[in-house]
Design a protein around this ligand. Structure first.
Ligand SMILES: C[S@@+](CC[C@H](N)C(=O)[O-])C[C@H]1O[C@@H](n2cnc3c(N)ncnc32)[C@H](O)[C@@H]1O
Length: 275
């Protein structure tokens, strides 16, 4: 007797990279911030970008739209997100834009030329380096891939809530039939060495889930530790940027430097290091 075919769930049909892009990334805001960070130091617009840990290199694809001179280098060692990026992000660009992106399937800890104006390491990806020597080595190499006048941009998260285990941040990404929910889960946190476990799951309208679609084992670095290592690696200055809030406490999408800010239970910031 033929087995009854089980119905395909929304999770079966979902594309985890598409869900990730919709929930986690806003490449157009990222590139806007890179311009701001560079302009504030050098008073001109940057031209070249290197996106370390680029995944699907959505940020590079946005960068080359900003001007005919702009070029971008995308670096990741995993061929799967790179291929997804080729098919879904890169393919949407004009030929002229495509010709200004170079995709490198390699470790970020490699020298490449030419050196760039902006080197970005987004979504906490450098937290994969768990010890001071490893992170210092990465920062030194990153610096060597940067032009004389250049900035490195990284994001950071923190706040008291981030040290609790099992906290799940749930967000509705899109309402309606095609809508889904995004769950960011903080799993284990080890206070002795700051090893931390995070995962991203997606939940769909029919109750099906892409459980732990992305999973990260990182060291939970703090801002002072990272700034000290950047200084040790040779960067001449570092600045921390915080998002401005409107009068109702809502994020505005505008960022400014801050050295003494309120201690929110959960925050995201940028560190900008000047070469
Ligand atoms: C958290 S994802 C970030 C993707 C993307 N930057 C973003 O903002 O969404 C981390 C990425 O880093 C890549 N990665 C991890 N270690 C790496 C290394 N040593 N060299 C190059 N890529 C690495 C992984 O393959 C993965 O695509």
């Amino acid at each position: 007797m033929a087995r009854k075919k089980s119905k395909e769930t929304l999770a079966d049909k979902a594309d985890k990279y598409k869900c990730y892009l919709k929930s986690v990334q806003s490449p157009e805001h990222e590139v806007e911030f890179f311009d701001q960070a560079f302009m504030e130091v050098f008073g001109r617009k940057p031209v070249t970008l290197r996106e370390d840990f680029c995944g699907t290199f959505a940020v590079c694809c946005e960068w080359v739209k900003l001007g005919d001179q702009r070029t971008a280098t995308a670096v990741d060692l995993d061929v799967e997100p790179l291929d997804w990026g080729r098919q879904h992000n890169y393919s949407r660009l004009s030929q002229q834009q495509q010709s200004r992106i170079r995709i490198l399937e390699q470790d970020v800890r490699k020298h490449n030329r030419p050196r760039v104006d902006v080197l970005a390491a987004q979504n906490f990806s450098f937290w994969i380096f768990k010890t001071r020597p490893e992170l210092l080595e990465y920062f030194r190499l990153a610096r060597s891939n940067m032009a004389d006048e250049a900035v490195m941009v990284m994001d950071m998260m923190g706040g008291g809530d981030c040290y609790s285990e099992g906290v799940v941040d749930k967000r509705v990404i899109k309402k309606g039939k095609k809508g889904f929910n995004y769950h960011w889960e903080q799993g284990r946190f080890n206070p002795v060495n700051h090893d931390a476990d995070f995962s991203i799951s997606f939940k769909f309208k029919d109750g099906s889930k892409l459980k732990r679609a992305f999973h990260y084992q990182w060291r939970f670095w703090t801002i002072p530790e990272v700034r000290e290592l950047l200084q040790e690696a040779g960067f001449r200055e570092t600045h921390v940027y915080w998002e401005l809030e409107d009068k109702d406490g809502e994020d505005t999408g505008e960022w400014e430097r801050g050295d003494d800010v309120p201690s929110n239970p959960s925050w995201i910031s940028y560190i900008v290091a000047i070469r």
